[in-house]
Write a protein that binds this ligand. Sequence first.
Ligand SMILES: [Fe+2]
Length: 414
Amino acid sequence: MELENRKVETPNNLKDLILERIQEFDLGPSHGKEHLERVLGFALQLQDKYGGDVDIITAASLLHDLGRSNPELHGQDSRDLSVELALGVLEEVKFPPQKIPKVITCILEHDQPENTPSSRESEILKDADFLSGLGVEGIFRIALWTGESREGIESLIDRLSEKMRKRIASLTFPESRLYAQREYLLVRMVLDDYNRGKERSLPEIDENRFHIVIDGMSGAGKSTLIENLSRYFEELGKGVIKIKEPGETYSKVRSILGPESDPYSNILCFLLDRMRIKTDLRGNPEESIILSDRSFVSSAVYQQLKGIPPEEGISPEEISFLNRVALQPSIIIILVTSPEEALKRIMRRHEELGIPLGKNETLEGLRSAREKFLSMSDILPTLQFIDTTDKTEEEVFREALNVLRKNMLIDFNQ
Ligand SMILES: [Fe+2]
C-alpha cells in the first residue's frame, strides 16, 4: 500500500523502454509497431494543443493494442487481454504506479465509437487510434486485419463504410474531424471504384478513330514527327485533326485569371481546355486520327519542374487521374533526346525562326525534363518512349509507326 502512494518518476526513455519490452508480442501485421508509432504521433500532436499527461498518453498509445496478439479475440475480450498484458509491461518498465489506472482506463475506453471517454487522455487515445485507421493507411490496415481475422471482402467493405463512418462521427477534436473527413473521401473513392467495377466492361476501341498523343521534351522532334504522321495518314485517305497544347480555351481562361494565377488553377485551365476539345470533337465524327502535340503528361512534368510544393499544386498522380474526364488518348508516345541535342535544336529554331526560349530550355532544365518524362512511366506504365538522339527524322517516324502498329494491333494500310 505504501508503495502505491509514493510518487514515482517516469523513466525518461519511456517510449523506447516500452517498445523494446513489447517486441516479444506478436501483434500481427495490422497492429504492429508502425501503427503504434502513428497513434503516438497523432496523440502527442493532440496533447500539445489540448493537454493531458504525456506519460499516460505515451504508455496508452503504445500498449492499447496488445490484445491484438490474439486475432481470435475481438471487442471486450481483446481489450481485457490488452489490459492484462499492459499491466505486466507497465510494472516492468517501472511506470509510476499512481498513473497506471489512468492508462488502463484509456485502453478500456479506446475502441468503441459509442463509448464516451472519461478523461482527456482517453479522448486523445480514442481519436488518435481512429485517425490511424483512416485513408490509405486505414485501407491497408483494415484489409490486413480482415485477413488476419479470416474474414472476406464483404466484411472489409463493412469496416470501410459503416464502421469507419461511425468512428469518424464519434471523434472529439476539430483537428481530428478535419483530417478524418479529408482521408475518408479517399476511402469513399476506393469504395466507389470497387462498386462500379462489379459491372465493369473493357473500353471499346473505335477502329476508325484514334487519338495519338506525341509528348516529350522540347527539342526532341515532336512537331516534325506529328507532321510526318499527319502526312502519312492523309496519304492513306484518313481524316486527320491536329491539336496543339495549350489551346484556345486555355488561353482565354488564363487571360481572365491573369499572369499571377496559382498553379492549381493553371492545371485546371489545361484540363478545361482538354474537356472543351473532347466536346468539340463530338461534332466531328469523320475525323479518324487525332494527333495531339503535348498532353497532361507535360502538365505533370512541368508542374514538378517548377518546384511547386504539393500543398500548393497537385501531384503528377492527381493530374493524371483528373485527366479521366478529358479525351482519352489511344496511345501516348513520349519523345526524349539527349539534353545537348535538344538544346542545339531549340537554339537553331530560336535563331532561324525567332521562337523565344522557354524557362526550362537550358542544358540543366532539359536534363531535368528528360528525367521527369522518363519517371512518368512509374505512374503511367503504358507510356511508349522513343529516344530520338542521333536519329534521322525518317528513323523516328518509322519507329513511331512500329510502336503504333505493335500497341494498337492495327495495320494502317488497310
Ligand atoms: Fe489501435
